[in-house]
Design a protein around this ligand. Structure first.
Ligand SMILES: *Cc1c(COP(=O)(O)O)cnc(C)c1O
Length: 421
């Protein structure tokens, strides 16, 4: 089966001539159009905002592009706050959804005026002692048990380390109100990479009901509900993209049934999508270096799990297109493998592909989120460059490839590893 690419072979060759493989390429138009569509889908909710999960693709050019399409940032660490800070994000444009948080991270988040999302009840005192209480705060909810519908269990919150229990939420809200907090938000992230249209609507129903209960119990004001991430993308060619309008209309129905019916119509909907915002709009380009015929047919490429980790650690499927052979019959079965000294370093196992030849350029799809970001240096592998393809066909490097000097940078305490100039 074929899957649409945003790169032709000619364009990929033009780009890789200037920036060699392995290389991550992003599609500015795809990112922009998708963000705009999300906002159109949620336009019924005044104040709707997407906080892009920075961890998915922490590149400044991408974050600025998303800001041009009204997105804020969801940060979870000191370094991610620093990226937001350097790009001029502040206040309500930053959500700080961390866990096992260090004091210096809360201090930094407060300095930037970020909305802090507390992961545990004990963090109330911790935050108050190290950074003081903000006027507005968010609490992360873990309902326990299993989450989903009768026929479709999407996640198992009881096994997740995140969030407060339902009983803790009420106690926390009362305590925070006493400490001077004036506005609240509720957050929950209960399932990952969901492919149907029902995750957000089910989650919204649970969260809106919970918010209404807490308002009745405590009388506090809720400013927003943060549905967080978790909407998936069609990694496989036979899957369909989530219908974001159907998703949003399911959330709207829950909003009307639970909030509006009870006289509440000013609670904002926030999201913290990562994968949905970026995965389909980035790809990994890699060149075929070797063929090996032993007990199986192997195609060896110049990228490895250090450039895209998901297949190696989750067994995740990433579709592969042999550029220029989009219309050829998939008459061969290959394992497409990288060069790590790890047998899990396989981009594809038993994959039907057209006949591959030396020098062919492979496009590994849906690498735009949790792709380059999860890169690492095992086996002395250097992280690749990132390139943005603009709508007019021009392209620009948005992160250079690592060099040996980068790899040695933390060894510069040894004279023989001092950077070469
Ligand atoms: C990872 C993460 C997200 C984004 O998740 P996706 O599955 O990429 O949408 C959002 N919020 C939090 C707190 C996260 O940890």
């Amino acid at each position: 089966m074929t899957k649409k690419t945003f790169l032709t072979k000619a364009k990929a060759l033009e780009i890789t001539k200037q920036f060699p493989t392995p290389l991550h390429v992003y599609d500015a138009k795809g990112i922009s159009d998708n963000a705009d569509e999300l906002y159109r889908a949620f336009s019924w909710n005044k104040g709707f905002k997407e906080y892009f999960a920075v961890k998915a693709t922490p590149n400044p050019v991408i974050l600025k592009l998303l800001r041009n399409h009204n997105c804020g940032l969801d940060c979870s660490s000191y370094a991610e706050l620093a990226i937001a800070d350097k790009l001029g994000f502040s206040g309500d444009d930053i959500m700080f959804s961390s866990n096992e948080t260090a004091a210096q991270e809360y201090v930094y988040a407060r300095k930037l005026g970020a909305i802090i999302n507390l992961d545990d009840i004990t963090h109330i005192d911790f935050l108050n002692n190290c950074a003081g209480m903000p006027d507005k705060i968010c609490l992360r909810f873990n309902p326990g048990g299993e989450f989903g519908s009768d026929k479709d269990i999407m996640g198992v919150p009881r096994d997740a380390k995140y969030g407060l229990t339902r009983a803790q939420l009420t106690i926390a809200v009362e305590k925070l109100a006493q400490l001077g907090v004036k506005e609240f938000g509720l957050h929950a992230f209960l399932a990952s990479n969901t492919v149907g249209n029902t995750y957000y609507p089910l989650l919204a129903k649970l969260m809106f009901t919970t918010v209404l209960e807490i308002i009745k119990e405590t009388g506090v004001k809720f400013a927003f509900v943060n549905l967080s991430g978790g909407i998936g993308v069609p990694y496989r060619p036979d899957q369909e993209k989530v219908d974001i309008f159907a998703v949003s209309s399911g959330v709207e129905q829950a909003y009307n049934d639970i909030f509006v019916k009870n006289g509440i119509n000013d609670i904002k909907i926030f999201t913290e999508l990562g994968r949905y915002m970026l995965a389909p709009y980035g790809c990994l380009l890699t060149k075929v270096l070797h063929f090996k015929h032993t007990y199986k047919e192997y195609v060896g490429v110049d990228a490895c799990a250090a450039h895209l980790m998901r297949p190696a650690i989750y067994g995740a499927y990433h579709h592969i297109t042999v550029l220029g052979k989009e219309c050829d019959e998939s008459d061969k079965i290959y394992d497409v493998v990288g060069s790590l000294c790890e047998n899990c370093d396989k981009f594809a196992v038993n994959r039907s592909l057209p006949t591959i030849e030396y020098g062919d350029l492979l496009l590994i799809h849906d690498a735009g989120a949790h792709g380059h970001a999860m890169g690492y240096n095992y086996n002395g592998k250097l992280r690749s460059a990132e390139v943005m393809l603009n709508e007019d066909g021009s392209f620009v490097q948005i992160r250079r490839a690592e060099t040996l000097n980068d790899y040695f940078a933390t060894l510069d305490i040894h004279s023989e590893f001092k950077a070469q100039t």
